[in-house]
Design a protein around this ligand. Structure first.
Ligand code: NAD
Length: 348
């Protein structure tokens, strides 16, 4: 369990971030460090990158499974002021490849974190959830109080959604019982630099193919639509939400509410990278096996979020695509770390 020697640097708030070497977590840590917080990161580097942790200066980095760090180096620490729990086995594809391990990780580590928080001063705690929690409700726009609709337990595809839903139940119960004040955030498709295509996430996969002049492979018809939010917009919402006491014990959608079809996304990527790539459609069953279910559309209702923090994203998708292309090109030439993302299997 290596721990770097750097002591957190004197900020007003002591903050714990699990999964801070990952895609979203590393951008969040940059923001928290910039506002002068004293940040402790725990990450086991299962999908995160050590290089990501190196990007945000003075944070203390503990390379460890979260539950081991909580019962080890963090057991006797003074309470944190804020906790951001982003560590998870992320995305449908990863969970389909390693179902038991992923379910244990997502449910067990959240339970361990909430017990720790209860015993250590009950800090304001943000739990990362996913738009996957909605399952397949049959509506175009997803609101936080909508029903969740899943397939049978024999279809492994739904286990990621259910593991995140259990996290939500647990965090909401802890809030209600006065054990830990929790805010739950359901991330929709989040994209940007440091997200890689290893687990099938659509944008980096498309950009990589486009930069190489290879065909862009769109899963299904390509008529399915998603809303893509820039990670640098998304992370600004997290500390602002946690600062609002009215967010405690509540669930918030977070992302973009501007849809684009996956075919349009492929065309945008080709245009923004000046590529000669072609677009090919590939049936889902060839990628995920028979019976894989995907959603035709997925768009968040952001009214609850906007009521609380007046959230307005700043990055246009075309700009994000160009930034992802620039980052991936730099990566190819040996620049620092990269990480993973979510909605990996379902977006393309
Ligand atoms: P990521 O894979 O880049 O980040 C997860 C990080 O957690 C990784 O650095 C990984 O090494 C670490 N980790 C996993 N299990 C751990 C454990 N037991 N102990 C310590 N570290 C552990 O993924 P991300 O896209 O940054 O996702 C962050 C969170 O946001 C996750 O909870 C995910 O479910 C949620 N989310 C992301 C998206 C998206 O579009 N990226 C969408 C919905 C939900």
């Amino acid at each position: 369990m290596p721990e770097n020697s750097q002591i957190p640097g004197g900020g007003a708030r002591r903050v714990l971030v699990s999964g801070g070497a990952g895609f979203i977590g590393s951008h969040l840590c940059e923001l928290l460090c910039a506002r002068g917080d004293s940040v402790t990161v725990v990450d086991d580097l299962s999908t995160g990158r050590r290089g990501n942790a190196g990007l945000y200066g003075h944070a203390r980095f503990i390379e460890s499974r979260l539950s081991d760090a909580l019962s080890g180096p963090l057991a006797d620490e003074a309470p944190f002021d804020e906790v951001y729990h982003l560590a998870a086995a992320v995305g449908v594809k990863l969970v389909m490849e390693h179902p038991a391990e992923s379910i244990e990780n997502n449910v067990g580590e959240t339970a361990a974190l909430l017990r720790y928080c209860e015993d250590h001063g009950r800090p304001r705690t943000l739990i990362a959830s996913s738009s996957e929690v909605y399952g397949k409700p049959g509506t175009a726009v997803f609101s936080e109080e909508d029903d969740t609709v899943y397939g049978p337990t024999t279809a492994t595809r739904w286990s990621y959604a259910c593991s995140k839903a259990i996290d939500e139940y647990l965090a909401l119960a802890c809030s209600r019982e006065g054990r830990v004040p929790c805010t739950i955030v359901r991330f929709f498709n989040t994209v940007g630099p440091r997200q890689v295509g290893d687990y099938g996430m659509v944008l980096p996969t498309f950009v990589r193919a486009s930069l190489a002049g290879e065909p862009i492979r769109v899963h299904g018809t390509g008529k399915q639509s998603r809303c893509f939010a820039d990670v640098r917009d998304v992370v600004t919402a997290l500390p602002r939400l946690l600062a609002e006491t009215s967010s405690s014990g509540r669930v918030f959608n977070l992302g973009s509410d501007t849809p684009i079809t996956i075919l349009e996304l492929a065309r945008l990527v080709i245009e923004q990278t000046n590529s000669s790539s072609s677009i090919e459609t590939v049936p889902y069953e060839r990628v995920y096996g028979p019976g894989f279910e995907d959603l035709l559309q997925r768009r968040p209702d952001l009214s609850r979020l906007r009521d609380v923090i007046a959230y307005e994203p700043r990055h246009a998708l075309a700009d994000t695509v160009r930034d992802v292309a620039a980052w991936l090109s730099e990566e190819e030439h040996g620049a620092p770390g990269e990480a993973g993302g979510d909605d990996r299997a379902v977006s393309a």
